[in-house]
Design a protein around this ligand. Sequence first.
Ligand SMILES: Cc1cc2nc3c(=O)[nH]c(=O)nc-3n(C[C@H](O)[C@H](O)[C@H](O)COP(=O)(O)OP(=O)(O)OC[C@H]3O[C@@H](n4cnc5c(N)ncnc54)[C@H](O)[C@@H]3O)c2cc1C
Length: 424
Amino acid sequence: MATKRKHVLILGGNFAGLGAAQKIRDHAGTDIDITLIDRKAYLDYIPNIPLEMFEGRDPATTMHMNLIGPLARDGVAFRQAEVVGLDIDARKVLVRPNERPGAVEFAIPYDYLVIALGARLAYDEIEGFAEFGHSVSDAFLANRLIDYLRNDYRGGPIAVGSARFTQGSRGRPPWLKTALAACEGPPVEVSLALAHWLHANSKGSARNITIFTPAPMIAEDAGEKVVAQLLAAASGMGFGYLNNTQGIRRLTSKGIDFLDGRTLEAELKIVFPNWRPHSFLRGLPISDEVGFIVTDLHMRNPDHPEILACGDAAAVTVPKLGAIGHQQADIVGRQIAKDLGKISADKADAPFKPVVVCIGDMGGGKAFYIRADSWFGGETQVLRMGRIPYLQKIAYKEVFFRAGGRVPDWGLPVAEWVSESASK
Ligand SMILES: Cc1cc2nc3c(=O)[nH]c(=O)nc-3n(C[C@H](O)[C@H](O)[C@H](O)COP(=O)(O)OP(=O)(O)OC[C@H]3O[C@@H](n4cnc5c(N)ncnc54)[C@H](O)[C@@H]3O)c2cc1C
């Protein structure tokens, strides 16, 4: 009697979910059914949204990549629906189709579940954000910000920084430190690119901008040496810097009140919120106390090895970086392929070893490139600034879109090699 084909259900179709689908197909071959569920049928290329905005393009028209075509080419079924709950004992996921309102909920069974749902960016927890806040994490917010800068900005002080991140501790590996901000590449990038934009549009300069962080040091996961170099360059350009704010108490018309009691005067408040897990993941036996999915370093839940997680939804993903989700998606593919007998344990079981890789726009055709693992106990701390990292940032997105997310494995190493050797 033929054995029933296994079914992998992937929740989420942005960087981590799409990457996991492709890596499962690559490593496990065609003897497995893969279904991916997302509430939207496109991939949102979030890291380049600020760059697109500052260069005068609408990220809604340039940063959305059709998801269904690339998935279909790999024989991955796409279902557009809102994920509303998990029944772990019954091995089913509860979804509500969302192409038309009025849909009912369905339960979809799985043999393997890959949770790649990212996190919710909790602007709704910041008092005063709707009236006084700005950000750039999606096309709506980016367009709102650039409209303000073009039409309403009065040349006053600008504050750019992060709210406090709430990280869980259950199942955390001993080497993973507590981060006070979820992802601080974006505030650094936005500050640098904004300073260039203000100057180019005769509206100000770096002197208008103060960068703030809840932590003792901004972007601490990039390594002390790298941050010291970045801060020296930033203070030479005239940026203000405020650390140890502990978090945001509220935004007002006048500025930002911080949890440490200080206030920063600001006409424009550009903030990055807490990265909160989705509420339906909280309280599950596979989640930590905040709601992120607990995994071992093979990206499997220790109590439910049929459940894997990658990207921002995984507890071990700190900082919340797409590049880290990319590393984890490959591990997910190898683990499932190993179970199916498609690859050997020695090819599948290399544990997750995070590396921060970040290329941030600086405006004027320049970018910074960071590769570091020192925050995780390694030795690497590389920072490059100039035109080559900028070209890498543009080229990586181009290759990603043209190849339907199939960035060749050599993509990251070539980016490293070019950035690290050519722009010294
Ligand atoms: C402004 C900015 C700049 C950044 N720059 C960089 C950078 O330069 N480099 C870098 O590595 N990282 C960067 N990041 C971080 C990066 O964007 C995230 O780490 C990455 O998007 C995480 O990918 P993910 O697939 O895990 O989650 P997400 O990108 O959040 O995707 C989750 C997916 O799940 C879907 N989903 C969520 N909930 C549901 C539900 N209930 N039902 C159905 N579908 C659902 C969503 O629609 C989405 O498609 C940046 C972030 C921001 C905000």
